[in-house]
Design a protein around this ligand. Structure first.
Ligand code: ATP
Length: 299
């Protein structure tokens, strides 16, 4: 679906992308992560045909970037960090205009607006001028606009920054539904690690280079520690118990790193009599991100 080979981008002296290679399968949920300035926006802007590359090859649905940009643009929907809606027009007018841009018939676009406003719960704002919408309402319309032509690929560059948790969840519910129902590929950049918990494919870039790549699940297994937290019945035995469990004692609790969360079962059953309470916490994408990109920031 998307194939990127040795992609580079220089902004004068700055090498924003130093030859990245990855591919994205059709219908998958793909996440591009990295610290500020890593090159995420540069990558998505190149894939969206909005920015020219310095070198490398990109194919989208078999079409070569720079030779087939108009056809590629028709296949993708884009949501950028900044809203691109016309403030002076109503929600419906904005969406109609976008549909017409793709050469769709008015009746087709109206039907699509009807479906999207139902799914995304914005029927009541259809006739409202965009400039009067709240930040979250506006974001929904940005996403609806990107979905108006039923794109094969939806590209989202930090789409949920600044949204309240409910609106974020609503947007994700809709995007997941659309992706599954239409086999649409979703390419996301975000700083909210919980949003990529279920990503089929995650690429982490740092300073223009890929530093890790796998499914979110496998990255967590590899780079995030699962932890068992144990409170002993008798605090005076904490050091002995801690040694026996292979952990460290921290403020009255024993922290035991686990390769797999299920490893806790054996430890707990073998030490049942000495344990007051316990908690198993699975490694998160936050841990993955910090472990892979945070090292250079920690003295
Ligand atoms: P963020 O998470 O902060 O949005 P990002 O991963 O999207 O960051 P990019 O915006 O792609 O990063 O920037 C990558 C590098 O390229 C940075 O060093 C940035 O300063 C530089 N850069 C981006 N756009 C330009 C530009 N138009 N001119 C010069 N340098 C640029």
């Amino acid at each position: 679906m998307i194939n990127v080979q040795h992609l580079t981008k220089d902004y004068g002296e700055i090498e924003a992308l130093k030859g990245i290679t990855f591919s994205v399968k059709q219908g998958s949920f793909f996440a591009l992560l990295g610290p500020n300035g890593a090159g995420k926006t540069t990558t998505v802007r190149i894939l969206s045909t909005l920015l020219s590359k310095t070198s490398g090859e990109v194919h989208i649905h078999g079409k070569r970037l720079t030779e087939n940009d108009a056809r590629i643009r028709r296949m993708i929907g884009i949501v950028f960090q900044q809203s691109t809606l016309d403030d002076m027009l109503s929600v419906k007018e904005n969406l109609l205009l976008r549909g017409q841009f793709y050469g769709l018939r008015k009746a087709t676009v109206l039907k699509r607006i009807d479906t999207l406003s139902e799914w995304m719960d914005f029927k009541d704002t259809l006739n409202q001028r965009v400039k009067t919408l709240s930040g979250g309402q506006r974001r929904k319309i940005d996403v609806a606009r990107a979905l108006i032509n039923e794109p094969k690929i939806l590209i989202l560059d930090e789409p949920t920054t600044g949204l309240d948790p409910l609106t974020r969840r609503q947007l994700w519910t809709v995007m997941t539904r659309v992706r599954k129902e239409t086999n649409m590929t979703v390419l996301l950049t975000t700083h909210y690690m919980e949003e990529v918990h279920d990503a089929d494919h995650v690429v982490i870039i740092d300073r223009g280079e890929i530093i890790a790549e796998d499914s979110a699940h496998h990255l967590r297994l590899k780079h995030a520690k699962n932890m068992l937290y144990v409170t002993p019945k008798d605090v005076s035995t904490i050091e002995t118990l801690s040694k026996a469990l292979g952990g460290t004692s921290v403020e009255g609790r024993i922290h035991v790193p686990l390769n797999h969360p299920f490893d806790a079962l054996k430890i707990l059953s073998e030490n049942r009599d000495t344990i007051e309470s316990f908690e198993v916490v699975e490694g998160s994408m936050d841990d993955v991100f910090l472990n892979l990109t945070g090292r250079r920031f920690i003295p």
